[in-house]
Design a protein around this ligand. Sequence first.
Ligand SMILES: [Zn+2]
Length: 215
Amino acid sequence: MKQKRCIYCGRSDATERDHVPPKCLFPKPLPTNLITVPACSKCNRELSEDEKYFRSIVSQLAETENHPASKKILNDRIVKRLKREPKLALRILSTVKPVKIIREGKHVATVTAYDVDNQSYDRVMVKIIKGLVYHETGLIVPSSFSIKWNVLREPLQLLQNLRNRATNIPKRVIGDGVFAYEGYVRRDDVRSLWVMQFYEGVTYSGVVYAGRHFA
Ligand SMILES: [Zn+2]
């Protein structure tokens, strides 16, 4: 292991390998091409609750819940865990509410929706992006840099400017479509753009930029 420092906090010694994205997103048997990065034991562990929460949301969105890996995750892990830990079930269920879908003035359906704990979700997304930056560039994102992510519905027109000046890391897929990503990076620079897809259904863009100004 060449990297001596934890890539997340940049301070402590790296004594462990952390999975990018979190290992809990993958059903068993685990794929053989999982990405790992050097981390201290604190950073490796401190988001484990957030990561399980993230999994229970990202694998069960309308766009992802029919993926074979999502179904396996639900059967093998989430149902068991919610039975064992009613607190987590309550945390999710307490925000469930009926949402009416109205089309052309007519009520066409009522579906259930729940609020996402955005802070938990954000912490996990930021950690995944830091992990990808390190894995692809060998660089640690300094704490003075910002990381933002968003749901990606359109092609990346807005970010064309950065794309033109960066090198494309072609799409890489990990574990039967559980996670796929591509990136736009520049040499010796953590400023970068990432496109990340979970369970072949939901796609996020992520950017790493210095201070408040991007690119
Ligand atoms: Zn650390």
